[in-house]
Design a protein around this ligand. Structure first.
Ligand code: ADP
Length: 327
């Protein structure tokens, strides 16, 4: 049986990009493999934040994940800082990771260009990520496309550590990404990836009226200026992509025909999307409302998840310390 690990930052609401790119896969894979899903709060503190908000968002993220279908009876669902072995292994991996490997990471270049002062934690973020994954000796990491480069670094770290401390039989597996068919969801601006930090998202918990307020002005085919102009669905980055993710196949076919034939305006097309999107979100939102009313239950589920994760983490660290002469 392969092991699965994946993480998500509690830096904002769970949006449909996270859901389609990663979380939907987590829900499916938890039935097949031994799974560990982590709310990575140590990653969320690499950029400015407020402690109170972080605490609130951590619990909100747990609620959204559980409401999306993660099942604590099948997967360990936990908060990163409840398992201190993550940071211990990250320090160890820092000592075997070449600086050049970190400096060329696209996300570091992106995020650091937006900060006045760049902290070392932002540069070392993928090292902590390697520790998150390898602590559980995970083989498969279900993520969105934006994480594929980071995962390459996790493989370099695994290889470096194995070469130095476990040359005969590799102790750490080299983890592989598992992508969904919707590996990169474009934001409502029709350009950048949908991302919490860019404010171009639809949250899983947005009520139908808010979803509509966001969909209505969303960018469509930029070449289609009037309702009577024939459109090109492939140029409509967001709405067409979301139709393919949320609408039944027959509706997607209708969208293609009516867009190309200028039989539908973009607003009509968006209304149909709204109907199918909100139908998928409705049961998630109902479950989230029930969980939000029971914070103690959510905390207990997270504590149990951390307990199970920590048993595996301790085992790994015993071997790592032993092989490295630290014990
Ligand atoms: P964000 O980029 O919004 O801050 P995270 O970095 O916490 O989100 O990512 C959580 C998971 O969601 C990762 O597996 C990531 O690859 C995936 N993900 C994030 N944004 C998108 C997107 N726009 N399309 C597909 N997957 C995404």
């Amino acid at each position: 049986m392969a092991r699965i690990f994946s993480g998500i930052q509690p830096s904002g609401e769970l949006h449909i990009g996270n859901y389609l790119g990663a979380v939907k896969n987590w829900v499916a894979l938890q039935h097949e493999q031994e799974s560990f899903f982590c709310i990575v709060n140590y990653h969320a503190i690499t950029v400015p934040y407020t402690p109170e908000e972080l605490r609130r968002r951590t619990r909100e993220m747990a609620i959204s994940l559980l409401a999306s279908g993660l099942d604590p009876a099948r997967a360990a669902i936990f908060v990163q800082s409840d398992v201190p072995e993550h940071t211990e292994l990250a320090w160890i991996f820092n000592t075997i990771t070449p600086l050049g490997e970190l400096e060329r990471q696209v996300q570091f270049k992106d995020k650091s260009s937006k900060q006045e002062q760049v902290m070392a934690g932002l540069l070392n973020y993928p090292v902590l990520q390697a520790a998150d994954i390898l602590l559980y000796r995970a083989d498969i990491v279900p993520v969105g496309e934006d994480q594929v480069q980071h995962l390459e670094l996790s493989r370099v770290v695994a290889r470096n550590w194995n070469a130095r401390f476990s040359p005969d039989a590799p102790y750490f597996p080299e983890p592989q990404p598992r992508l969904t068919p919707t590996r990169r969801i474009v934001g409502l601006d029709g350009q950048a990836k949908m991302s919490k930090s860019l404010g171009n998202t639809i949250s899983l918990l947005d009520p139908p009226t808010v979803v509509w307020d966001k969909l209505r002005p969303a960018v469509t085919d930029p070449a289609r200026l009037r309702k009577t102009d024939p459109g090109e669905p492939e140029r409509c980055k967001t709405i067409y992509q979301l139709h393919r993710a949320f609408s039944p196949a027959a509706v997607v076919a209708e969208v293609e025909t009516k867009c190309r034939g200028a039989q539908w305006g973009c607003i009509e097309c968006k209304q149909v999307l709204h109907e199918h999107l909100t139908a998928e979100l409705a049961p998630i939102q109902e479950r989230a409302a029930v969980l939000a009313a029971e914070p103690e239950r959510v905390d207990a589920l997270l504590a149990d998840g951390a307990h199970r994760a920590r048993a595996v983490a301790r085992e790994t660290m015993t071997t790592v310390r032993d092989r490295m002469g630290l014990a």
